[in-house]
Design a protein around this ligand. Structure first.
Ligand code: FPP
Length: 253
């Protein structure tokens, strides 16, 4: 049985030799909670709860491997179209997760960031998110970013609005807008682009996740449902990444 999510992070486990090339930033599309639950004739919330346990295992694995950046797609802009009961369950789980994990984040050097349209959440959740970000702001071991009410197209449109407003107000010369300055208007300003994007559950889509930032990412699609994801899957993804040859558009040497 999985430990409760308030249990201390299990960081003492010996890890296999680190692959030669470790991704600096791993982003994960956590998919398959619903299918995991229905395969067991359980309500969808049971799948999301088990998914939250997998989040904990993944944070532990990232810390053990020494991956500096981990970004998790927890709630998309499109997820607001789910039944109200499921949204209430998911936001309740998020509230519970923040409360139960924050001390472990502080103790283990995890800095939490949230990207997405956070103002679509209730005031109390927004406050808790901000408080968790503030409490962990000085941590540097693992940068954990949770994408909440996140959509890549909405993010790019919002960045375009900000850049356009700055130009209209005379604070920015339109001729000076380049990839770097545009990226600094995205939610992910200051973060490295993902080197590796993993999606679970056998689906092979990006689903509006990190559209701008994924330009040169490697992709790994796993058949495992998210609640079953664990340290071995993480280690396998690291090993597979190390075997990939990344050229960033350049010709093979
Ligand atoms: C996708 O599975 C998963 C989600 C929409 C929610 C992700 C939430 C968690 C992993 C738990 C909470 C996370 C945190 C950070 C506390 P799905 O419901 O789309 O599954 P399905 O495609 O099988 O129906």
């Amino acid at each position: 049985m999985s430990p409760p999510i308030s249990a201390p992070l299990a960081l003492g486990v010996a890890e296999a030799a680190a692959p030669a090339t470790l991704p600096a930033h791993v982003a994960i599309i956590m998919d398959g909670n619903g299918r995991w639950a229905s395969a067991r004739m359980l309500p969808r919330i049971a799948g999301h709860r088990a998914g939250a346990q997998a989040v904990r295992r993944t944070v532990e694995a990232a810390l053990r491997h020494g991956v500096g950046w981990l970004t998790l797609y927890a709630f998309s802009s499109e997820n607001w179209r789910r039944p109200a009961t499921e949204i209430t369950d998911l936001t309740g789980l998020l509230r519970h997760y923040l409360k139960s994990e924050i001390d472990a984040f502080v103790a283990n050097g995890v800095r939490l960031r949230v990207i997405g349209e956070r103002d679509r959440f209730s005031r109390d959740i927004q406050d808790e998110l901000l408080q968790a970000e503030r409490r962990t702001i000085a941590n540097t071991k693992l940068n954990l970013t949770v994408a909440l009410s996140y959509g890549g197209r909405a993010e790019i449109a919002a960045a375009a609005r900000r850049v356009a407003a700055a130009a209209v107000e005379g604070r920015l010369d339109p001729a000076a807008i380049d990839e770097e300055s545009f990226a600094s208007a995205l939610f992910t300003a200051g973060m490295p682009d993902p080197d590796l994007i993993v999606r679970t559950s056998g689906e092979r889509r990006l689903s509006n996740f990190l559209l701008w930032q994924a330009a040169y990412a490697e992709f790994i699609f796993l058949d495992v449902l998210w609640p079953d994801f664990g340290p071995l899957h993480f280690a396998e993804a690291m090993a597979e990444y190390a075997r990939r040859e990344r050229r960033f558009g350049a010709r093979p040497g």
